[in-house]
Design a protein around this ligand. Sequence first.
Ligand code: FRU
Length: 489
Amino acid sequence: MQVENSALARAREYETKQQKLRDAAVFPIFHLRSPAGWINDPNGFSLYEGEYHLFFQYHPYSAEWGPMHWGHAKTRDFVQWEYLPAAMAPDQDYDCEGCFSGSAIQDGDRHILAYTSVCFEKQEDGRTKVCQTQSIAAGDGYNYSKQNGNPVIGAGQLPAGSDPENFRDPKLWKENDIYYIIAGSQDRDKTGRILKYASRDLIHWTFEGILFRTTEKIGRMWECPDYFKLRDKQVLLISPQDMQAKGLEYHCGNGSVYFTGYEENGAFIEESRGCMDFGTDFYAPQTLLTGDGRRIMIAWMQSWDIQNYPPEFEWRGMMTFPRELSLQGHTIRQAPAREIEQFRKNKVRYDNFCLKEKTCFADIRGRVIDLTVQIKKINCSSVEIRLAKGGGHYISIEYDAAKKTIIFDRKYAQCIRDIVNERKLNLNPDRDTVTMRILMDLYSVEIFFNEGEKTLTSLFFMDLQHDDIEFIPYGGSCVLDIEKWDINI
Ligand code: FRU
């Protein structure tokens, strides 16, 4: 593979030069983050030769979105990431405006990447139009070459009504010697649909049909589909743009939705759906299957609409901590990948602590922690947990016992922008106790409610010395079980 003098060589060289910047930055401890510049969606999350690889949408040259490269990292435990040189740059006519999101599989000894190639096309009236097509690259876990014959799926293979400017994010898999791709698409009437393609050689692809669309509107363009089996159900994940809030289930803007169901005659039949995460910063999740059969999901820990990184940070972007998915009935549950447990130190535990007034525990504090709180015997109207507290600043998780609702609020987290700070979610009304597992890593919090039946992910950028944790009962008392671990790498 030729990387000298190319856009890819330039990106790799620039990454190396950024080492100084990296040494000065205070990065999260156990989350994948940008190696330099900007990152967004996870791409090509896959098991290759016994290691987990993750690529990501990447603009190394600034802290803003720009012509998309694929950045690259790998891990054996989802905690410690080795950052590798960029895997792809937008260096071909057909992808000169960007190598957009996609996926990866191991095929024999090759690591195959499927991605969206973006360019501009001149039209007869002289105006230019975005052209999104699907392309293939292959490599050895370090270097990747784009396949001759790219792009392999183009506007000519779109069904009637599909908009060629919004056709992206291929999810690739192989079954019985046939390769399949599903990709997100938008109808000309601006509703989302998922298209399915098949190929025997990765070069010639045929349109198989529309895998899924809905009669009611769920946002507009459906981005970043993933499709996999979980127990006996087929699961489809999509990230629609331009959604509208529905009760507390979905918020406005980009959201991530899961559907469970089954496939019949080439079409996915929906049985249930739900919101993948209720926080302010979660988008474009994708999954892989581990060697021991676990379905692990990772997502971009940010929102397109809310930018609240401190301007002095020269890097932008983190991924969620990888999460194990399981199915209970029709609900997808999420739990932090169990590998995190090898990195937990300094356990502190309180059992049956009667919370009657505002309480801080000298040994329960920290900004890089795995904290589980169970709230029981609730004889108060609400209970609040303040995290990262100091100097009058904190983030708040409040449980309203009458409504069985969680209110997350980060407005006192030293934020200097007028952004969305609050999210609410309903918990299972049939339960009398609430469990929250809280993973905090310097600038982020990921909360798993009631064994992961709902999750909430949010970023906050506060001075790092603010690390107290306070528990406050309102209008009575309750009983708490608390377990805290530091994450130490
Ligand atoms: C989702 C997305 C994808 C696209 C990529 C571009 O966040 O808009 O649909 O491939 O980002 O960076």
